[in-house]
Design a protein around this ligand. Sequence first.
Ligand code: AMP
Ligand code: GLY
Length: 456
Amino acid sequence: MGLVYPLPTQKTAVRGKEINLENYLMKTVLVVGGGGREHAIVDALNRSPQVGKIYCAPGNAGTGLLAENVPLKDTDVEGLKAFALEHEVDLTVVGPEAALAVGIVDAFRAAGLKIFGHTASATRIESSKEFAKELMAKYGIPTAAYRSFEDFGKALEYVSGRPFPAVIKYDGLAAGKGVVIAQDMEEARAALSDMLLDEAFGKGRVVIEDYLTGPEFSFLCFVEGTNVYPMPLSQDHKRAFDGDKGPNTGGMGAYTGLPFITADDWEFAFREIMCKAAAGMVAEGCPLSGVLYGGLMKTPQGIKVIEFNARFGDPETEVVLPLLESDIFDIFDAVASGREAPAPVWKDAVTLGVVLASKGYPGKYEKGFAISGLDDVKGRVYHMGTAFRDGSLVTNGGRVLMVVGTGADVADARANVYREVAKIACENLFYRNDIAHCALDCHSMLDCHSEQSEGI
Ligand code: AMP
Ligand code: GLY
């Protein structure tokens, strides 16, 4: 009789401890966060043949279908570290910037745990506008000219001598609330007073920069030191309503396959912005080891940086990761281990995602409305703010679901996704009907941007 291997599910003793062999050979991954972005990360990990168990902390109703949700807050570093040690997690992947900014990566590494994400020091590329601006100035990365201020009077004096609109940015993590495009002196005064005189905002420092125009887009890259692995470009839709009207939101939809970015634009954005930023961070002694997100704008003077983020974008991740053909575990593991990753392979297709949000969002909204029809939807549905109550799915947040469709081109992807969105029934949800209008409905990108600027 030849060698008999134990069946994969058989219990086996390893180092005196009884374990499930399947789990021992397969990797255990913990995803930190609980939005649509994390659902897309869990979904990508779930496609990896190497990944066995996935935990998601805190997760949501959608991640709970693929992973085991763990009731720990994303910033509970000690709790998450203890969980990862106890459950022999092989790799942790961090979604939200707040967890990175409080040093989850530093704490995990100190405990000998492998983690994908930047150190607190490297996260300053997002958490400190001034750090990011200085980095860009030092390494010749194109961005709007700026000055930074702590003093209310000096800041006001500077704004009064400059053309409007004035772009006023709070220097710190402000969960998307830290940028004010002031149209006149009155709006500028109100914003500066909020940011520099109101204790609730914290430290009190602002960056004031020139107002740029042009279509915006998101360039996400996996970065390990000077190794930069680009993901497909995408475009977010920040305003709540069609035609880019209404208040700013966390993002109402996104798509890939941007027609207004030429091969030369891409090359410039990759080499002169993303690679230079990665090299600059290495030179500054705080190398990147996660995702670098370039919030870029194609201005009449060329592509410039609006902001850098130190994490996957939301809702961009939900349209980008479904295109990944490679095993995402290999990429995460290489970046987290400080070694070169295999070059990611992407599908030759286009994705488009539509967010369904609670009526009233981004202002006040109610929760707990029943959602039906999801079983009939073809394509991917990522949960952003849902819960299961008595076995049925209900709304549980501002942004609730994101439906992602695929197509050969943007028009095809758009037709595919809206057909599926129509199958979802819920009395308290709304969505935009014009995702990818910049690509499909504008005569030129300048038209598109002038629509965007209206009402800012
Ligand atoms: P947020 O997502 O809240 O950080 O919003 C940032 C948004 O403010 C960007 O997406 C731009 O639309 C706008 N913005 C920031 N900086 C500038 C700038 N220098 N010129 C024009 N618009 C800007
Ligand atoms: N989509 C905008 C962000 O993730 O910051």
